[in-house]
Design a protein around this ligand. Structure first.
Ligand code: MF3
Ligand code: CO
Length: 254
């Protein structure tokens, strides 16, 4: 069952998502060679709590940290550690917060110093695919119109969509129905309705689409070692017109 949110609930979700957006912006500015992913995690937790919010991922199915920090061939769910970032790395930063019992969820991928053009293009195409998906999140469309738009952009650029992880409905739970795949035929699945709130999150690999999970039981990496990028926004479908991007960042968004 897809739980529709009232306008008042969407305002609370906007608040949770705004906390996520602000903190992601703070954390991304600290990304530089020599900083550890644990440093970024501590900063994220401090800034979430300073806003009166609660980290959403810490303790979720025993996930140990506030931030997911996924470097290079890591696709999603990288656990922060003492690993220090180096020039030429890319890092996915995925963050969730709870305000008033509602979740916000968003992710960005950032380059650490200069990266080769092909890597920069991977990151850019992934972010563009998210926005093309969001454009389809309007009343009158169906769920997989989002999925199809994301997939088309990624594959026409020659990259591979990760199929083992998907976006999701979000609300009083981090993961609600429906699942939001980043691939599929258009015009399938539920009709999009005002009050649906979705986390859309394309994960895109340079090489093949296959992923595997490391011994830590969280970190997803590409099977072929190729690099991967991830972006995510929490969006609310409006009675008419474009979706409201609840986790839009003040600066640094497309
Ligand atoms: N954005 C991710 C998701 O929706 C982050 C979850 S990490 C977890 O699945 F630790 F909370 F699982
Ligand atoms: Co998510």
């Amino acid at each position: 069952m897809i739980i529709l949110k009232t306008p008042a609930e969407i305002e609370i979700m906007a608040e949770a998502s705004r906390v996520v957006a602000e903190v992601l912006e703070i954390v991304r500015k600290e990304v530089r060679p020599g900083i550890s992913t644990d440093d970024l995690d501590r900063l994220a937790e401090k800034e979430i709590r300073a806003r009166g919010a609660t980290p959403a991922f810490k303790g979720y199915r025993n996930y140990p940290k506030t931030l997911c920090a996924s470097v290079n061939e890591q696709v999603v769910h990288g656990i922060p550690s003492g690993r220090k970032l180096k020039d030429g790395d890319i890092i996915g930063l995925d963050l969730g917060a709870i305000v008033g019992g509602f979740y916000g969820d968003s992710a960005v991928t950032v380059a650490v110093g200069p990266v080769p053009k092909k890597i920069a293009a991977l990151v850019q195409v992934t972010e563009e695919s998210l926005y093309l998906g969001i454009e389809q999140a309007v009343v009158g469309n169906r769920l997989t119109d989002i999925s199809h738009a994301v997939q088309r952009h990624i594959e026409s650029a020659g990259y591979a969509v990760v199929t083992e992880f998907v976006g999701h409905g979000i609300g009083r739970q981090l993961h609600e129905e429906p699942q939001v795949p980043n691939y599929g035929k258009p015009r399938q699945g539920p009709r999009l309705q005002s009050g649906m709130v979705l986390a859309i999150e394309p994960m895109v690999n340079m090489g093949g689409s296959a992923v595997r999970v490391l011994e830590d039981r969280w970190t997803a990496v590409t099977a072929d070692g190729s690099w991967s990028a991830h972006f995510e926004h929490t969006i609310a479908i409006q009675p008419s017109g474009p979706a409201r991007v609840l986790s839009r960042r003040v600066a640094g968004d497309i």
